[in-house]
Design a protein around this ligand. Structure first.
Ligand code: ADP
Ligand code: ZN
Ligand code: ZN
Length: 737
């Protein structure tokens, strides 16, 4: 045992629950939250200092190799949040801390210098003349003429493509680059923002109430339940303004693919003199690091980011807003399985700053919190101006002949709308041409050899692709089993509907939006631009279309196939379906023209569907809550899912069985309020050549669940595990596949 002022406790990027102790002979000692380079066995790793002057159980400690930061990357509160997350999600601290950093910083690279670009000419007319033929250069020139811009701002505004035109401008002598000093975050908003839109009476009331709520009880989260198209974004903008005027920063969190250039532009237009930066997976490592750093140093006033932005460091964070708070993408499904909304609520309470959750279809957890008065509840029940909610029509597919899954009546509606110069959106949550490729003579199916699941036929690529593991195979011209030259398909995906639409509406532009048509950078933005132009188009797409889009000229939404989801075994599927139907429907009639939603189903009498259409989401959610309470499912009960998988059959099962046996004494000694279900095969038992199993832990008390999980983690550590075994613990799981 040694206690020394120079002993550092360091977290390293390994799946370990504990930190390591090192000695530091350099002075001054690195602060808590700084990165250091440390030896581990024969390796040299980047670590993060979490404590100084600790008592170590070891007598001799290895010295650190280098100090990498002069100022901490994590402040005390962020470090506390991450440590709390590690405990709550029972996930190794090393992976938690490192998951929160941009890759460049994880690798030990130094912080970037912050540069800004300025206009460098007295006579704009000359510069304009000389850049006339270069579109990007002249756009950049005009922007610099209004304002100097930091590189983080440029990256966010131009979604990455500004470097080469800017270089050209600099070479012509019209722009110059300078280092910017960190901004002191204590002045108030210097330039007034622009009120481009006058709030409706309902929005005005909501705003007044919201500001009163966060002044009177800033620690209580606010739920803004606003129907689709009710103008929630206008509320967010003004709420953010209220914290910027105090010199603070704001974080707006949005779903994975919800960040459209339009939303970003709305923020830039509203706050022309503030720095708005984006943080999402579409950025490269350099851009990510730059934007992260601009929040960290205080340069950015507003960060608009997806899930992982909850870990972003801020100089002086004053508010968090979560748009579409019900969205599944806030839960990370790989490695460190955190829920960004839940962590945001935690972070806000720790920092004692307001948090606003907004949605047209709040999650059941959130509604229950509002019902129990833990959250303020604000309702926006109208669309501003003379706009009304869309009307809904059910089409019973049992009475209709379908072509590629589309009924004649729906096609007729599409025709009507297009003739009137409007836009149409058809929603089908399945990409590809058809989910099954088969031989009707011998019964052969195209099955993924790695997953034991049907592969989806993609006709444009002439391939079958496994949507679980991405295994791909070119389709042969005959049945591989009986040589029948005629293969058939079953079911339909977006590609097939696209073909049908192109054939039926040869003079209208058909735009397909799904993962296949938008995988290249910039493709989605390009397609959205076409739709934004307002000319008649027919959109066909997957759930990518449901998130937040605002197309004023879109009047008809067709929902093609929800029957499967109506009968799913997953208890969350109904909640998700109801949310999806409301969200997709909400894309219709957002502009001046009224909207219509056509819902095709073979189950028009389905009680949930009927209640949703006649009484609305709140009523359905209420019903779900009653059922969840009866079953003690979340949010009334608490769950964790232990998953295990390995290439050989049943290795994961044996591991989970051993774990369960080892935990028997713990269960018996407990209060009887923890239950184990399983182990059992996962619904998708074989995936990517691994056999998968799961064990569900549930309890009516959160604290009991977590006590039990502590024991479970130590039990796991003492079980001898085969090398090929992988396991995870998922707290508050949302995906049971
Ligand atoms: P939500 O996020 O609630 O679905 P949005 O904030 O996207 O809705 O607003 C929907 C549309 O209504 C947008 O085009 C927006 O510009 C417009 N809008 C919002 N508030 C007003 C208002 N007070 N007056 C006129 N138009 C408004
Ligand atoms: Zn597969
Ligand atoms: Zn055959």
């Amino acid at each position: 045992m040694t206690t020394s002022a120079t002993t550092l406790r360091v977290v390293i990027p390994r799946p370990l629950y504990q930190a390591y102790d090192y000695d530091c002979s350099e002075q001054p000692l690195p602060d808590v939250g700084c990165r250091v380079r440390v030896p581990l066995g024969p390796h040299s790793l980047v670590g993060i200092v979490v404590e100084r002057g600790v008592t170590s159980e070891f007598d001799t400690l290895r010295p650190i190799e280098a100090i990498l930061d002069t100022h901490p990357l994590f402040d005390r509160q962020l470090l506390e949040l991450l440590q709390w997350a590690s405990v709550y999600y029972h996930h190794p601290i090393g992976e938690v801390l490192f998951a929160s950093l941009p890759k460049r910083l994880r690798k030990g690279l130094p912080l970037l210098q912050n540069f800004a670009w300025h206009l460098n000419c007295d006579d704009l007319t000359v510069a304009r003349q000389e850049t006339k033929r270069a579109k990007r250069q002249s756009e950049l020139l005009e922007q610099l003429a209004v304002n100097s811009l930091t590189e983080a701002q440029l990256t966010s505004l131009h979604l990455g493509k500004w470097r080469s035109p800017m270089k050209a401008l600099a070479e012509k002598g019209f722009a110059r680059r300078e280092v910017v000093a960190p901004k002191a975050r204590n002045q108030s908003l210097e330039h007034p923002n622009q009120h481009l839109i006058t709030l409706s009476e309902e929005q005005e009331q909501c705003m007044t109430q919201l500001l009163a709520n966060i002044t009177e009880s800033p620690l209580k989260p606010v739920l803004v339940h606003g129907i689709t198209g009710s103008g929630k974004t206008e509320i967010y903008l003004r709420a953010i303004k209220s914290v910027l005027t105090q010199g603070k920063q704001a974080l707006l969190m949005i779903p994975e693919i919800g960040l459209t250039p339009q939303l970003f532009q709305r923020f830039c237009d509203f706050f022309p003199n503030q720095t708005v930066v984006a943080l999402h997976s579409g950025l490269n490592d350099l851009e990510r690091a730059q934007n992260w750093q601009s929040a960290h140093t205080g340069e950015a006033d507003i960060v608009v980011g997806t899930r992982s932005s909850i870990f972003c460091g801020f100089q002086n964070l004053g508010m968090i807003i979560i748009d579409e708070e019900h969205d599944g993408s806030f839960k990370q499904q790989e490695t460190f399985k955190y829920h960004a909304r839940d962590l945001a609520v935690k972070r806000a309470s720790q920092l004692k700053i307001p948090i606003i959750l907004g949605s047209a279809t709040p999650a059941l957890e959130t509604l229950l919190n509002a019902e129990r008065k833990r959250y303020h509840y604000l309702l926006l029940n109208q669309r501003p101006g003379s706009r009304t909610r869309p009307k809904t029509k059910l089409i019973d597919t049992r009475d209709q002949t379908l072509d590629a899954g589309v009924s004649k009546s729906l096609l007729a509606e599409v025709d009507n709308q297009i003739k009137d110069g409007n836009q149409v959106m058809l929603f089908l949550n399945r990409r590809g041409f058809a989910p099954v490729l088969l031989c009707t003579q011998c019964g052969w199916h195209a099955i993924c050899p790695a997953c034991d699941a049907d592969m989806t036929f993609h006709s444009s690529r002439h391939k079958v692709i496994c949507h679980h593991c991405d295994f791909q195979q070119t389709v042969s011209s005959q049945c591989p089993s009986c040589k029948n030259p005629q293969l058939s398909t079953q079911g339909h995906g977006t590609e097939r509907v696209e073909n049908l639409l192109c054939a039926n509406f040869p003079d209208t532009l058909v735009v397909r939006i799904d993962r296949d048509t938008t995988s290249r950078k910039g493709e989605l933005a390009k397609k959205l631009d076409i739709v934004r132009s307002g000319k008649p188009v027919i959109l066909i797409g997957t759930q990518m279309l449901t998130k937040g889009h605002d197309f004023p000229n879109l009047t008809l939404v067709g929902i093609l196939d929800i029957d499967q989801a109506l009968f799913s075994a997953d208890y969350r599927a109904q909640e998700q379906l109801a949310q999806q139907v409301v969200q997709v429907s909400g894309r219709a009639g957002r502009g001046d023209k009224p909207g219509l939603v056509v819902l095709q189903t073979s189950q028009p009498e389905h009680p949930m569907l009927n209640q949703l259409l006649s009484k609305g989401y709140r009523a359905v959610a209420q019903q779900f809550l009653v059922e969840r309470q009866a079953w003690q499912y979340p949010p009334f009960g608490f769950q964790a899912l232990v998953r295990a998988n390995a290439p050989p059959f049943e290795v994961g099962l044996v591991f989970l069985q051993t774990l369960k046996n080892d935990l028997k004494p713990v269960l018996e000694a407990g209060q009887g309020d923890v239950n184990l279900m399983g182990p059992m095969p996962s619904p998708l038992e074989k995936r990517a050549n691994r056999y998968r199993y799961q064990l569900l832990v549930s309890s009516t008390r959160r604290s009991s669940l977590h006590c039990f999980l502590d024991q479970l983690i130590s039990a796991i550590q003492s079980i001898k595990k085969p090398k090929e075994l992988r396991f995870t613990v998922d707290v508050d799981p949302t995906n049971f596949m």
